[in-house]
Every structure is written in structure tokens, then in C-alpha cells.
Design a protein around this ligand. Structure first.
Ligand code: 4AD
Length: 476
């Protein structure tokens, strides 16, 4: 009852405070400042109340004493309430630790938006024991946590660093459409919808559009959402993901792989050279070391041999692609044969054993998309027709990049549509690329969430997306 009567009033004789974000406070030491944010932590020690305030730009320790701790708002203050704190910013004494090396000695404060306690309290809703589906429903609250928000901060730094690397290599950013009427990576994974009475899809890849930009803009890249209707509940599949794609003209297959390696390594170097992104990497993935160059290159044929030498088998399938089970209902495992797709599990085992980035290249044409350029065949060579295609595999994640050289010849492209049963009509603009001054060109797509899972050592790509989508989940 007593506490309800305590009313805190701002002393008008004190200097006018400077309003600031937490990240900008260092230059305001020993001055009176006003900072707004959310109560991240609260600790009471006798008559003193310590608050760690969070405003998205950083964390600030605040100390409240005397009347400031005795108001109704002080007594009922809950985590995640939004507050405005005003006081003098003091460097913490030598030997004491606080974010930014200072603390706010509060002389006036107020609650802007209260947060509930008891059953509805933030910490009751979200704790380590929470069921993954509850955590997914509460993603908007999970994001307030330190590691979830650090992943998103690193994601932002990563995209900026990629953009800077592209600028240094003269690739121009473009923004292709998401609503399309052509497929890139096969009809099976298309999200279809009705577009004013016409069939249309959500884009799987902006590659075809990037190819059309080469003659007008030169080498290009984009950061665009891609959509895959894959019923895969794995650690590395999303229904919607951020796709970083690049396309380059007048290059060879070797140039393409060197370019991918260069962009990735220069981007990682930039992140490590910047103190704030380096600190994020250190906190999320303390053992991270930049990968050594050049990356290992391994042909598809050598990979099949490697898998068999290491006893890594795959699930046997019948002619319809269904896995074959034994009498006990277990999958029958068989060695890899040339022509087999290297499945996720085998690919992951191989990458983890080798322990470094690997360019796997030269996949058989029948396993790959229609637009890929064939590898020239040597005299008397037998075996499958292979393509100038490459996947970049990273330890812990597996494939993070898929790229290839593209068919540059029009007749060859028309034959490829036919082979795949694709109607060439809606692709007229893509075919024209070969009609009006074709060129040898190639490109790639990098899954941003997969890259981030590797960089930040996250268990799943779901942690690397703001609001991840996977089969059955499009909320929040
Ligand atoms: O290998 P993909 O399917 O290649 C393409 O889409 C090419 N058209 C890109 C190009 O050449 N411009 O996909 C490229 C990358 C994969 O290596 C992976 O990192 C990511 O996109 N990716 C996914 N990430 C999360 N969830 C999914 N369902 C993904 N599918 C592909």
C-alpha cells in the first residue's frame, strides 16, 4: 500500500538528458542520458535494483536506488516490459564488467509498456524445456533472446559483406520477380497458384532472369526469396529461403568455381575483420576458422569411388523410387553406383569425414537440371554424359551452393527442353538469350540460411531464418 503512494518525479534542476540508442552511448559518458528499451534482466540486491536494458543495438546495465525502486511500477516490473531510463552514464570501476564498460545511474524512469507476470511471464512461456513446436509458435518472442537475435545480426552483416564483395568484383545487384511462369529446378518442387486465371508459380531460382541481364548489365547477382515445395523435414530444407545467386558472362567452368570460392572467402574475411561481426561469430561459433584456399575439388565419379571405399551406402530403391525394406522393416542399404544421386546422408558423412569445403563437380546430366552445359567428352570415353556443374559442400551442413555452366547453344537448349518434356513457349525470352549474341556463361545459387548455419554453427537452417517456413508451418 505504501509503495503505491511513492511517485517518482523528474528533478527539473538536473541537466536536460540526451536521447540515445545504447550503441551510441560511449561518447556520452558522465552525461545525463535518456535510453528506451526492454527489460532483458532484473536483479534485486537489498535496496538496489539492477536492470539490463536491451534496445536492439546493445545491452545496458542500469542501477536504480532509493525512491526509484519503491514505486508501484518498480515493485511490479516484469521482464520484457518496455521502459525509459534517465540518468548519468558512469564508467564501471576497474575490474567490474558491464556491457560497453559503463552503467546508467538512474535518477528518473518510467514504464512505457508493462509485461505480464505469473503464468503469462516471459520466462514461463519460453524456457529451455519448451517443445520445439511451441518455440516455433513463439518465434516472435524467441527472437528477443541473445543467441536468436545474434544469428539475425550476423545474417545482416553477412548480406552486407556479400554485397561488398560483389561490388569489388563488378557484379551488379538486380531484383528479379518472385511470381513466375517458368520452372528452373524441376516441376516437382513448384508452388503453383492461380494468377488472374493463368497458372503461375513462386520462383525456385532467379537464375533464368539473371542470365537475361548479362548483355545489358554485365555480371549480376541477386538476393531473393526462393520457394521449394519439397516435403523434406530435414535440418537443411525450408519451403522459402533466401537465395543469393550470381551469374557471369565469358567465363570457363574453372573460372566459375574460382569465383565462388573467392566471393565466399573474401566475404568471410570481411566479417572477421570487422570487430562487431567477428564478436558475433566468436560468441555463436567459438571454434570457427576461415576455410583454407583453394577448396578441394572432387569429381562426381571420384566421389562415388570415395563413398564405396569408405563403406558409405545408400538406401536401395525400387523402379518407382520407393525405398526397399527388409523383413524387419529396415531400409536395405547398397553401395553407390555411377548414375546414383548422392543423397543428403552420404554427402554429409563424406563432408564431415573430409572436414573441409569440397567442390563436387561433373554430375551426370540425367541427375541435373535441363539448362546445364555438358562436359566435353574425351576420345573413347564411356560412362554417363556429365555436366559442368558443381555443388559446394561444407562440413556440418553439406551442400550450400549449387552452380553450373549453362547451355549456350540454341539448338542444344531446344533439345534439352524436349528431353525434359518442357514446353518451350513460355521460355521464349530465355531462348532469345541464345539467339541474340550468345556467350559462354555460368552461375550459382547459395542458400543464405545454410551458409549461416555453417558460419554460426547452428543445428538447423530454421534457426537462421527470421520466420522460417517448412512443410506445415507458415506462422507466425
Ligand atoms: O542447387 P539449387 O537447386 O540450384 C539452383 O536453384 C540454381 N538454379 C541456382 C543458380 O545456378 N543460380 O539451389 C541452390 C542452393 C542450394 O545449394 C542450397 O544451398 C539452397 O539453394 N537450397 C535450399 N536452402 C534451403 N531450403 C531448401 N529447400 C533449398 N533448396 C536449395
Amino acid at each position: 500500500k505504501e509503495s503505491r503512494k511513492v511517485v517518482l518525479v523528474e528533478d527539473p534542476s538536473l541537466p536536460k538528458p540526451t536521447k540515445s540508442k545504447i550503441v551510441k552511448l560511449t561518447t556520452l559518458r558522465d552525461q545525463r542520458v535518456r535510453v528506451s528499451g526492454w527489460v532483458h534482466r532484473r536483479r534485486d540486491q537489498q535496496e538496489i535494483m539492477f536492470i539490463v536494458l536491451r534496445d536492439g543495438t546493445g545491452y545496458l546495465q542500469a542501477v536504480l536506488t532509493g525512491q526509484a525502486t519503491k514505486t508501484y511500477d518498480a515493485i511490479t516490473l516484469q521482464l520484457e516490459a518496455s521502459v525509459e531510463l534517465t540518468g548519468t552514464l558512469k564508467a564501471v570501476p576497474e575490474g567490474q564488467k558491464a556491457p560497453g564498460g559503463h552503467e546508467l545511474v538512474v535518477d528518473y524512469w518510467r514504464v512505457l509498456g508493462a509485461a505480464p507476470g505469473a503464468d503469462e511471464a516471459f520466462t514461463n512461456k519460453l524456457n529451455e524445456k519448451s517443445d520445439p513446436s511451441i518455440l516455433a509458435d513463439l518465434r516472435h518472442l524467441v527472437l528477443r533472446g541473445e543467441s536468436a537475435s545474434n544469428v539475425l545480426r550476423l545474417r545482416s552483416a553477412l548480406l552486407s559483406a556479400f554485397r561488398a564483395s560483389y561490388a569489388e568484383h563488378d557484379l551488379l545487384e538486380v531484383t528479379p520477380p518472385c511470381l513466375v511462369q517458368t520452372q528452373v529446378e524441376g516441376g516437382a518442387t513448384l508452388f503453383k497458384f492461380d494468377y488472374y486465371g493463368q497458372p503461375a508459380f513462386l520462383t525456385q531460382s532467379s537464375q533464368l532472369y539473371l542470365e537475361t541481364c548479362l548483355p545489358s548489365l554485365g555480371d549480376v547477382f541477386c538476393v531473393q526469396e526462393s520457394f521449394r515445395a519439397e516435403n523434406s523435414h530435414t535440418r537443411r530444407h525450408l519451403s522459402e529461403y533466401t537465395h543469393l545467386e550470381g551469374e557471369l558472362a565469358f567465363i570457363t567452368f574453372d573460372d566459375l568455381m574460382t569465383h565462388i570460392e573467392t566471393i565466399i572467402c573474401e566475404t568471410v574475411d570481411k566479417l572477421l575483420a570487422d570487430p562487431s561481426s567477428a564478436a558475433l561469430i566468436k560468441s555463436l561459433n567459438p571454434n570457427f576458422v576461415a576455410p583454407a584456399r583453394p577448396f578441394k575439388r572432387m569429381s562426381y565419379l571420384d566421389a562415388i569411388e570415395w563413398l564405396n571405399e569408405h563403406g558409405i551406402q545408400h538406401e536401395a530403391e525400387d523402379a518407382d523410387g520407393n525405398t526397399i525394406k527388409d523383413a524387419e522393416g529396415k531400409s536395405v542399404m547398397v553401395p553407390h553406383a555411377i548414375g546414383d544421386d548422392i543423397a543428403e546422408a552420404a554427402e554429409r558423412q563424406m563432408t564431415d569425414i573430409i572436414g573441409t569445403p569440397i567442390f563436387l563437380y561433373g554430375f551426370p546430366a540425367e541427375l541435373k537440371a535441363f539448362y546445364m552445359k555438358k562436359m566435353p567428352r574425351k576420345e573413347g570415353e564411356t560412362g554417363p554424359v556429365c555436366t559442368e556443374s558443381c555443388d559446394l559442400l561444407m562440413p556440418g551442413v553439406g551442400e550450400i551452393v549449387g552452380g553450373s555452366m549453362r547451355i549456350a547453344d540454341m539448338e542444344e537448349l531446344l533439345a534439352a527442353y524436349k528431353r525434359e518434356g518442357i514446353d518451350p513457349a513460355p521460355y521464349y525470352w530465355f531462348t532469345d538469350q541464345r539467339k541474340y549474341g550468345t556467350c559462354q556463361h555460368g552461375g550459382y545459387g547459395l542458400g543464405v540460411e545454410r551458409f549461416l548455419a555453417w558460419l554460426a554453427n547452428r543445428y538447423t537452417v530454421r534457426e537462421c531464418s527470421l520466420y522460417p517456413r517448412w512443410p506445415g508451418r507458415a506462422t507466425p
